[in-house]
Ligand binder design. Structure first.
Ligand SMILES: CCCCCCCCCCCCCCCCCCCCCCCC(=O)SCCNC(=O)CCNC(=O)[C@H](O)C(C)(C)COP(=O)(O)OP(=O)(O)OC[C@H]1O[C@@H](n2cnc3c(N)ncnc32)[C@H](O)[C@@H]1OP(=O)(O)O
Ligand code: FAD
Length: 615
């Protein structure tokens, strides 16, 4: 087993080049995941074991910044289990378990991540050849982000709009080979590479993938829920959202992942705070441990409590996930909406809280927390990504809100599922129940808050008609900015206002409405207001923030500059805006510091022996 913080030719990880990071990650991953494969060979294939071992490996000292093989375990295999029929599982799972194929999960595109019903990649059924034709009609249709896809995976689950007999049936999943199993070269009609450097997870080898009328057998559509028959007849799924199952699974395991990272961060910060002595509590005394300061305890102790709370929650969610999945197998879909809402809510809350807590742990360590060697910056990079991937947090919380409002609207007509049963009590009792400063009293208080917020949201949704115009006068707009700033901070600091001012409940409710109104009023001028900062592109240096809005072209242009994309040469009609695609590719290749070797040497040295079970 590799030692902690394995180095690459004696150079600590932080000082490796982008390419060396990848090579180091491949080398460490094949050794680490040989352990997982051994577990499988020895029959220790309980999903709990895998969850804990794979989860423990990712982000561990060996795979500190993720792994190009992570998605293979986290999404590729669970997606086959969740969406492939028995025949397809028999064909693909054994090869996935022994890693003779390495997979990824390609759903997000340059142009769409959240709104998956808007994905543009198409899979059109050709009954004459009994094949699906995969195609990326635009640059924004390119898959963008799939972990391991850049240079590592040779298969992936692709989510595409299914067309048969001229009709679109929405998004479905397909298992697709993208690289030759012997040479690892991209197959004809496949345009593939890595997307470039990121804030963190720089060992994951996130990639892009475009299809140019690429054909796959009909039987490569994952057909557990919906099917396309040989003549092109579409047979729909019992529930349109059963295809979303892979995302629910990952959201559930992310909660476990947050426990790992939060426990690490608060361990580092608390131990350091016991060692670090700074300043004197009383003049003349020896300097005290910073852990003795109440302000330091305020920063850290809630993270210790949160780590335990998240662990208990994660275990309960895992049990619920398994219960509901057993019911799904029996055709009982009754608790699927609750599981979806719960997974959305807990993924969003635990990732957001963990990111905030890890940042507080870093700040609690002063300058030394800013050192890469503290592991706190790296940990922050890992956990903050989780606020975005597997469903951006805001969007997932909106899904939970949607479920809660629907539950409230059916309060009297429908039996409540376990996690929302409290709404019945909160609705039945007087809202202003007496307050008691006990754990139970606080929980009851938050249940009442939840109830009232749901009622307010339902009221806003049903009654509120928001029609507004915005005066073009700059004065008007600046007043709105002042208004926004005041109402934002009044709501942020509401507990102080409630404690120290006579603000009433009614005034708080109208403050909230005013805040939302100000947001809506400012929306039409939002871009104009930032243009007014007059920051030139050269100063911004951002693919996302350039003045001309050509985000996707710039993202792709930057991705092409990655040294890893020089091998192999990309035969690609990337839709470059000036049409000089081949000249530009050759220009870029000539700039690359890498030899245009057809495949990164790590494939033959590490990956292929691993896939052949020789490591
Ligand atoms: C062999 C198996 C074992 C193998 C080994 C296992 C090893 C385990 C490994 C464990 C390791 C642990 C450590 C690792 C931790 C994890 C690391 C993760 C690494 C990175 C992964 C990142 C991957 C990705 O990011 S993949 C892409 C993710 N993308 C998204 O999440 C997209 C988000 N958007 C959406 O989900 C949808 O667009 C949504 C929900 C926002 C809107 O969908 P839609 O428009 O279709 O729905 P609505 O109109 O809003 O609602 C309609 C209706 O549908 C219901 N619904 C929506 N979604 C779902 C769902 N998922 N499930 C069920 N129901 C759903 C919704 O509630 C509405 O219902 P109504 O009744 O109509 O209200
Ligand atoms: C490290 C990392 C790894 C990833 N790995 C994978 C992978 O392996 N496979 C894969 O398929 N994808 C992967 N992704 C992509 C990820 O799933 C998407 O980034 C994520 O779903 C968010 O979508 P988006 O990027 O389009 O953001 P957007 O949805 O465009 O979000 C931008 C902003 O718009 C807001 N917004 C969007 N829709 C709404 C709405 N309806 N209401 C209110 N606000 C809204 C969001 O809240 C956010 O503030 C990865 C992403 C990251 C960062």
């Amino acid at each position: 087993m590799l030692s902690k913080r394995e180095v690459f030719d004696g150079v600590p990880e932080e000082y490796l080049s982008h390419k060396e990071r990848y090579e180091n990650a491949i080398r460490n991953s094949v050794v680490a995941f040989s352990l997982v494969r051994k577990m499988q060979e020895e029959g220790k294939t309980s999903i709990n074991n895998y969850r804990d071992v794979v989860g423990g490996l990712l982000g561990s000292s060996v795979l500190r910044d993720g792994s190009p093989l992570g998605l293979h375990y986290i999404m590729f295999m669970p997606a086959i289990l969740n969406q492939a029929n028995e025949e397809q599982q028999e064909k693909w799972l054994p090869r996935a378990w022994n890693c003779s194929i390495i997979g990824s999960y390609a759903q997000t595109e340059l142009g769409h991540g959240t709104f998956i019903r808007g994905l543009e990649t198409t899979a059109t059924y050709d009954a004459a050849t009994k094949q699906f034709v995969l195609h990326s009609p635009t640059l924004t249709a390119y898959k963008w982000w799939p972990g391991g896809l850049g240079q590592t995976a040779n298969y992936c689950i692709v989510v595409a709009q299914l067309y048969t007999k001229g009709q679109c049936h929405g998004i479905h999943s397909f298992i697709i080979q993208v690289r030759d199993e012997e040479t690892h070269m991209p197959l004809p009609g496949i345009k593939i590479g890595e997307i470039g450097a990121k804030l963190g997870l720089n060992a994951v080898n996130n990639g892009f993938l475009g299809f140019d009328n690429y054909r796959i057998p009909r039987t490569n559509m994952l057909m557990k829920h919906a099917q396309v028959l040989e003549d092109g007849t579409y047979v729909k799924s019992r529930h349109s959202k059963l295809n979303y199952g892979a995302m629910v699974f990952v959201r559930v395991v992310i909660v476990f992942d947050m426990v790992n990272y939060l426990s690490k961060a608060v361990t580092i910060a608390t131990r350091f705070s016991a060692v670090r002595r700074q300043c004197q509590l009383k003049a003349g005394e020896t300097e005290c441990q910073i852990l003795d300061y109440v302000t330091q305890q305020h920063k850290l102790f809630v993270s210790i409590a949160a780590a335990h709370a998240f662990r208990i929650t994660a275990n309960k969610l895992w049990l619920t996930f398994n219960e509901v999945n057993e019911q799904l197998v029996e055709g009982n879909l009754q608790r699927l909406p609750e599981l979806h809402a719960l997974a959305c809510c807990l993924k969003a809350v635990t990732t957001a809280d963990t990111a905030a807590c890890v940042e507080r742990c870093r700040l609690a360590c002063g300058g030394h927390g800013y050192m890469m060697s503290s592991s706190l910056p790296l940990t922050y990079g890992l956990v903050t990504a989780a606020c975005t991937y597997e469903g951006e947090n805001t969007v997932l919380l909106l899904q939970t809100a949607r479920f809660l409002v629907k539950t409230y609207q059916q309060l009297d007509s429908k039996a409540l599922t376990p996690t929302v049963a409290y709404l019945k009590t909160a609705a039945a009792e007087r809202f202003c129940v007496g307050w008691s400063n006990t754990t139970e009293g606080i929980i009851r208080g938050f249940q009442v808050v939840a109830m009232r917020v749901i009622i307010m949201s339902t009221f806003n949704e049903e009654v509120q008609e928001m029609s507004r115009t915005v005066s073009p006068q700059l004065k008007e707009v600046l007043h709105q900015l002042v208004d926004l700033y005041c109402t934002y901070w009044a709501l942020e600091k509401l507990s102080d206002l409630l404690l120290y001012t006579p603000i009433s409940q009614k005034e708080v409710e109208s403050l909230r409405l005013r805040y939302e109104e100000t947001l809506t009023n400012l929306r039409p001028n939002a871009v104009g207001l930032v243009d007014a900062f007059d920051l030139r592109d050269e100063m911004l240096q951002s693919t996302l923030g350039s003045y001309d809005g050509r985000v996707y072209e710039r993202l792709m242009e930057e991705a092409m500059k990655s040294p890893l994309n020089a091998e192999p040469m990309l035969q690609s009609t990337l839709g470059s805006y000036d049409g000089r695609v081949y000249e530009r590719l050759m220009e870029e290749a000539m700039k690359s510091p890498l030899n245009a070797e057809p495949v990164n040497y790590t494939f033959h040295k590490y990956l292929k022996p691993f896939m052949q079970g020789k490591l």
